[in-house]
Design a protein around this ligand. Structure first.
Ligand code: LMR
Length: 398
């Protein structure tokens, strides 16, 4: 009966994590999946989260189903983080937000919504993008295309090509954008470039879908949301998927949100209803534990401030690792340019290594990065950075 079922080749990122876990090499280094490890190589539990967890645990409360859209405080937390506390669109009721099962859940609910209500629309993703973007939209029967983004030869963005491409798209085509910390390249648009992109989107009546999974890891909480807030200022309809996996270090709790900015409060109410309908038929309602943590941390001023500080400490450690890696590599291979390492933002560096070089790092040195050459810089620390740099220099020289 199941003989005709295709084998699943596995996910390039999650599969790598499994391979890494099974590796017995005591010197192995995990630079694959986008997870922040601290200076000791440990996945941190943020102090603000510990406080929130203590409040949740005392007294231990019953666990009813949450509403389809999740806890009101979770949704408010998403909205204020993305659009700014006191934003006029929030006061005017123009944003439909549902809490979701991580950023992936937000993308899935959004993709289903697009499929149902904009069946003619295609979705365009950056070339390259996070592999699951393509899988999620195609899995919802939305046709996916790629727009020019990364210039491998020059480690830069193909900005003019990208704009020219957007100008060829049809009304209501969806453009999936990364407001900060582009995954996998780490190369972000400048604010002036965002302005140009959004003007083209407006002129051609395209639908921007912004996926923000690393807010706070680029410049700061507000600057990282520049594209989102500029789109709002320009009066654009907008989808935003956000994730708390990285910036609350709550990967396994699967907490995120999907927000849709609408022109009127009536439209926002209709969209909100349909988002609920999508959620009901995919997973009914989100889990409560992570939602309560988000609610507590985002809505308690002191905890929120502490949280922002903790995110910035993670951001700064990654930046320090970028500087160190660049200087070690420059010393080892003086005729090669490694400026790209510090021009990139967020957790990832697109190293430009060939798949063969990535494979050698894994088999000879126990260093794991994604085969497209993406390195998670947040896996580096002062104990492993020299051996990683040495190994990279070795495979780059040969
Ligand atoms: C990544 O890009 O490594 C993360 O977003 C984790 C994932 O689910 O792929």
């Amino acid at each position: 009966m199941f003989e005709r079922i295709d084998y699943y080749a596995g996910d390039p990122i999650l599969g790598l994590m499994e391979k890494y876990s099974a590796d017995n090499n005591p010197n192995k280094v995990n630079l694959g999946i986008g997870i922040y490890y601290d200076e000791s190589g440990v996945l941190p539990v943020l102090d603000c989260v510990k406080t929130a967890e203590a409040r949740i645990a005392d007294p231990i409360a019953p666990r009813p189903y949450l509403p389809m859209a999740g806890l009101p405080g979770h949704r408010k937390g998403c909205q204020e983080l993305l659009f700014g506390k006191g934003a006029q669109i929030l006061k005017d009721g123009l944003v439909a937000t549902t809490a979701t099962i991580g950023g992936s859940g937000a993308l899935k609910v959004g993709a289903e919504f697009i499929h149902q209500w904009f069946p003619q629309s295609k979705c365009y993703v950056s070339d390259p993008t996070w592999g699951n973007h393509i899988a999620i939209f195609e899995g919802s029967d939305v046709e996916v295309g790629k727009y020019p983004y990364y210039d491998k030869a020059n480690s830069s963005i193909k900005f003019d090509e990208m704009i020219a491409f957007f100008e060829t798209l049809n009304k209501h085509d969806v453009i999936l954008l990364h407001p900060c910390c582009h995954n996998p390249t780490g190369m972000d648009l400048t604010q002036a470039q965002w302005d140009t992109v959004l003007n083209v989107i407006k002129a051609h009546e395209l639908i921007p879908f912004m996926d923000i999974a690393y807010q706070g890891f680029g410049e700061d909480m507000d600057s990282d949301a520049y594209a989102i807030r500029k789109a709002v200022e320009m009066g654009l309809p907008l989808f935003v998927s956000n994730s708390f996996s990285k910036n609350l270090s709550l990967y396994g709790e699967r907490v995120g949100g999907l927000s849709v900015v609408c022109p009127t409060a009536d439209e926002a109410e209709r969209v909100f209803g349909q988002l609920n309908a999508m959620v009901r038929r995919i997973y009914s309602s989100p889990p409560s534990h992570g939602g309560h943590v988000v609610d507590i941390v985002m809505n308690d001023d002191a905890l929120h401030e502490q949280w922002v500080g903790e995110v910035y400490a993670m951001r700064d450690r990654i930046k320090a690792m970028r500087l160190k890696l660049k200087s070690v590599l420059e010393a080892k291979i003086p005729n090669r340019n490694f400026d790209y390492i510090t021009r990139q933002n967020g957790m990832f560096s697109f190293t430009g290594l060939t798949p063969e070089q990535v494979e050698r790092l894994q088999s000879e040195f126990g260093i794991y990065m994604v085969s497209n050459s993406r390195m998670c810089v947040a896996g580096l620390n002062t104990s492993n950075i020299d051996s990683v740099a040495n190994a990279m220099a070795d495979v780059l020289k040969d």
